[in-house]
Write a protein that binds this ligand. Structure first.
Ligand SMILES: C[S@@+](CC[C@H](N)C(=O)[O-])C[C@H]1O[C@@H](n2cnc3c(N)ncnc32)[C@H](O)[C@@H]1O
Length: 209
């Protein structure tokens, strides 16, 4: 892959998404993880410090980008929980059915190639009663903002290496058969600094029936 997607973009992402507002939300998201946990789209490992060894037995992370995996590798040794990194993509997870108590997606559904397929895989690898935790930027409810999200999406896909501004991810989670539960922190708000009008955030907890 190219210099931009494998070297420059992972570096940029660390800078852009390392903002304290985003870190606070990552922490709130991951605090709900317990048991055997899978994180899809681990990136450079920004959620890692927030996994609690008192409730997380093991953490498996899946990330398709070599550049992201290179950046994440530096953090793995300091992981607060037992961790294994597995190359792969969310659309075809290399795990048996009902393997995990919790699956986490943090700012990942925006970037995967096929959200429906990823969510079907999440359903498959979760144990019954297992939790799917997600934090995503989504399509706005406001028509004026939606228009800008649609207009700018082709540019975002290039700059953000496949990231989309216009995915209604919470609705897609419902469409995949998950029931959304209230979270201790559940919010939709504008939190990405200069890009805030284009990236309203949704944090959700969905339980596998
Ligand atoms: C915006 S980044 C977020 C990274 C990290 N979760 C974070 O919070 O900083 C999106 C991540 O999803 C990964 N990704 C893209 N397509 C994927 C797929 N099909 N399956 C799993 N991860 C994917 C990208 O390589 C990238 O690391």
């Amino acid at each position: 892959m190219g210099l931009y997607s494998e070297t420059i973009f992972p570096w940029l992402l660390d800078k852009a998404l390392g903002h304290p507002n985003i870190q606070r939300r990552r922490q709130a998201l991951v605090s709900g993880a317990q048991g055997d946990v899978l994180e899809i789209g681990f990136g450079s490992g920004a959620t890692l410090p927030f996994y609690d060894p008192a409730s997380v037995t093991s953490l498996t992370v899946v990330e398709p980008s070599d550049g992201m995996n290179r950046r994440a590798a530096a953090h793995l040794a300091g992981s607060p929980v037992p961790i294994r990194s597995v190359p792969g993509a969310g659309e075809k997870l290399p795990f048996a059915d009902a393997s995990f108590d919790t699956v986490v997606c943090c700012l990942t559904l925006c970037s995967v190639q096929n959200v429906g397929q990823v969510l079907a895989e999440v359903q498959r690898v979760l144990k019954p009663g297992g939790a799917f935790l997600f934090l995503e930027h989504v399509l706005s409810d406001d028509p004026a903002r939606q228009r800008w999200q649609q207009r700018l999406n082709p540019i975002q896909r290039v700059v953000g290496v496949g990231c989309n501004l216009n995915r209604p991810s919470a609705q897609l989670v419902r469409d995949a058969g998950f029931q959304l539960e209230p979270m201790p922190v559940q919010e939709e708000e504008r939190a990405f600094g200069a890009l805030k009008t284009l990236t309203p955030l949704v944090m959700g907890l969905a339980i596998k029936a």
